[in-house]
Design a protein around this ligand. Structure first.
Ligand code: CA
Length: 270
């Protein structure tokens, strides 16, 4: 059974939508605030979300923005008020898949949601054999493999999943709670604590750490972790076991300038 989440604070409309979606054969979840809606979307991962923009606590734009940080491909249809064309554009900018302007026809809404559900998660690039390099560490997703100075490193399943998630969300601070939900599929009430995350991060660091110019998973005080921006392949750095050093690489900007120069030439050279 396909599951739809409806986030709408107008009680009458919410009940109406709930009834109609149930009648169409959906498993329906509802939320009346942005906070509750976001929480449900992240936890239950519905097949589609109908999201009102004007919501108490947290508006639909904020919900969409935060949802997209973790799920780029969950189908979302936003409900906007009449005469707010700018809202529609903003919604698309934030990753909405479709929209309807209030007041709308139920049949049309149902048809649009059906189309989103049938389409399924999309927009997610098919993962290629990309290799990420961080200092002397190479990470491959397919097949799952981590090499340090060319030698395989044994990671537990969860350690690898954690590493993969951190790489996929690199450059953004990821909270311990998010990691618990996404990697372990649980939250604190179920007995797994955020300490678990810290332990796994510390394991990753000790297995992969030495040799990095900078620690690549950085603790952000009271918030979580941030992963440095690694290079998407492709030169293997021939570094032997260099001792960990906190000195940032001074040559980065020069290298970038070199690349810019190189790209500036004609592209059709043989
Ligand atoms: Ca509303």
């Amino acid at each position: 059974m396909k599951r739809v989440l409806i986030v709408e604070d107008e009680e009458g409309l919410l009940e109406d939508l709930q009834h109609n979606f149930k009648y169409e054969g959906y498993d329906v979840m509802t939320a009346k605030t942005g906070v509750e809606g976001l929480k449900l979307a992240l936890k239950q991962k519905p097949d589609a979300v109908v999201l009102d923009i004007m919501l108490p606590q947290k508006d639909g734009f904020t919900v969409l923005k935060e949802l997209r940080q973790r799920h780029r491909d969950m189908p979302v249809l936003v409900l906007t008020a009449r005469n707010f064309e700018a809202d529609v554009l903003k919604g698309f900018d934030l990753g909405a898949d479709d929209y309807m302007t209030k007041p709308f026809g139920l049949k049309e809404l149902l048809a649009r949601v059906r189309r989103l559900v049938q389409r399924g998660p999309s927009g997610a690039p098919v993962p290629g054999p990309t290799i990420y390099t961080f200092g002397d560490v190479e990470v491959r997703f397919e097949p799952r493999e981590v090499l340090k100075t060319g030698k395989p490193v044994a990671l537990s399943y969860k350690e690898f999943e954690l590493l993969r998630y951190m790489i996929e969300h690199r450059g953004r601070t990821v909270s311990r709670e998010e990691l618990l939900e996404e990697i372990w599929g649980v939250d604190e009430e179920l007995g797994v604590t955020t300490r678990t995350v810290d332990t796994h991060v510390s394991n990753l660091r000790s297995k992969l750490g030495a040799g990095f110019a900078q620690p690549f998973i950085v603790a952000v005080h009271k918030v979580g972790y941030n992963t440095g921006v690694g290079r998407r392949r492709v030169r293997r750095s021939p570094l032997p076991h260099a001792p960990a050093s906190r000195t940032p690489r001074a040559s980065t900007s020069r290298r970038a300038a070199g690349r810019r120069r190189a790209r500036g030439g004609t592209g059709a050279r043989s």
